[in-house]
Design a protein. Structure first.
Ligand code: HSE
Length: 441
């Protein structure tokens, strides 16, 4: 005989909420078989009852207030799809956890900002707080880190965590188009968040990275400590230059144990064209996890969109229906350590430097000397990196500037910043240099 059904309260009926209702209905029997019990919707909640959602909600109890739904006795699992780190989302999740009700959420901002406190509440109440959809939607990376790799010590987690940015960079390269032009297209296709700055400024990636860092390194989420650079300064010229040097540019979020603190950084990154992550194109996401026993593994899939998000939400519901309950960040909340930040100036790695050097004797030699003075060794240097760019002539006709692209061997960020400051002060360049970090993945 089947166990009693698991009863859900669903708050937030946007595209994701409506798709969840549709899929729970469409896959009812299959899910029943997987859980050994049926999954029922006990109540739904949204701000505007009259709005058309393309799904019949007439059979479900309607709630205007998510907190009331979250504390409704008949609800076993409160599914929060409202979004935002404060307001109704936070209030209703806290109410559910306080009432001893399991929570499933897709809310990255809530977890990245208040994750430690919510984890403590969930564990104190003895309920699950599941959030697979909050990071990279359909890719089950939370489960991989929390369960599949529970026996490992992680050394680095890095990934393409924002579909909008990956789409823009991919199209810029494939179609040789400039940033602004492709951003407008990504917005028209509905990939970008309502405020595209959240995507292209790297903030969406930072939220997801803060959650991954906690899962990988057993630290309390520290969103405010993520170093963030977005993709707005990446030019078609950079993309062409690095292509000649054997690289592709991706916006990566990287969390790395340096042995002297943990780096959390989001920035445009050169990855070798021969690495698997370089081939992850369009709006796809991918995450590479490096662990002591498991070695390196890469997960790739759809990181945005209603159906991929719902895929993750349902997997969280199924876990609860099957009786599964894990420490929220894979480690008991009381055992999560305070995040120890590794300083960016101490970051070690290779660098690409794009410059516009004055085309006059000694300019390139001066640039090379500034690098050598910081013990920075150059792996490659190309002048006139872009065949379409023969260099610019100043209005007075006297000084031309010429594109120069450098790739360094491994060095550290303090040395690079000092060398670039010297190059700028020496007057060898016509524009501020453009530095992009290289990641060996
Ligand atoms: N705007 C996000 C992206 C999707 O482009 O990946 C949700 O996190």
């Amino acid at each position: 005989m089947m166990a009693p059904p698991l009863k859900l309260g669903i708050a937030g009926l946007g595209t994701v909420g409506a798709e969840l209702v549709r899929l729970l209905r469409a896959n009812r029997d299959q899910l029943g078989g997987r859980c050994g019990r049926l999954i029922h919707i006990a109540g739904v909640c949204a701000r505007d009852r009259g709005r058309g959602r393309g799904v019949d909600l007439s059979g479900y109890a309607w709630f205007d207030d998510p907190v009331t739904l979250a504390t409704e006795r008949k609800v076993d699992v409160f599914v929060e799809l409202i979004g935002g780190e404060e307001g109704a989302a936070r209030a209703s999740v806290e109410a559910a956890l306080g009432a001893g009700t399991h929570v499933v959420t897709a809310n990255k901002a809530l977890l990245a900002t208040h994750g430690a406190a919510l984890a403590a509440m969930a564990e104190q109440s003895g309920v699950a707080l599941n959030y697979e959809a909050a990071v990279a939607a359909a890719i089950p990376v939370v489960k991989v880190l929390r369960e599949g790799l529970a026996g490992n010590r992680m050394t680095r987690v890095s990934g393409i965590l924002n579909g909008t940015c990956n789409y823009i960079l991919t199209v810029m390269e494939r179609e040789q188009r400039e940033f602004d032009d492709v951003l407008a297209e990504a917005q028209a296709l509905g990939y970008a968040e309502a405020d595209p700055e959240f995507d292209i400024g790297g903030h969406d990636t930072a939220h997801k990275l803060a959650i991954l860092t906690s899962l990988a390194f057993a630290t309390r989420p520290a969103l405010g400590d993520v170093y963030i650079e977005g993709i707005t300064k990446v030019t078609l010229h950079d993309i062409r230059a690095v292509d000649q040097l054997g690289y592709r540019i991706k916006l990566l979020g990287v969390a790395q144990d340096t042995g002297n603190g943990i780096e959390q950084r989001v920035h445009p990154t050169l990855v070798s064209k021969s690495s698997p992550i370089a081939d992850v194109g369009g709006a796809f996401n991918a995450i590479v996890i490096e662990a002591d026993a498991a070695g390196s593994l890469m997960l790739e899939g759809q990181g945005a969109g209603a159906a991929p998000t719902v895929s993750a939400v349902i997997s969280d519901i199924v876990d609860i229906a099957c009786g599964g309950k894990r420490a929220v960040f894979g480690t008991q909340a009381s055992d999560l350590a305070t995040y120890q930040r590794a300083r960016m100036r101490a970051h070690e790695g290779g660098y690409y430097i794009g410059l516009k050097a004055h085309d006059r004797p000694g300019a390139v030699a001066g640039i090379a000397k500034a690098m050598a003075d910081q013990s920075i060794s150059l792996e490659s240097i190309i002048q006139r990196a872009d065949p379409d760019e023969a260099g610019d002539v100043a209005p007075d006709g006297e000084s031309r500037s010429m594109p120069v692209a450098l790739v360094t061997h491994e060095t550290n960020e303090a040395a690079i910043r000092t060398a670039l400051e010297t190059i700028r002060a020496d007057g060898h360049i016509a524009e501020p240099p453009h530095m992009i970090r290289i990641e060996q993945i």
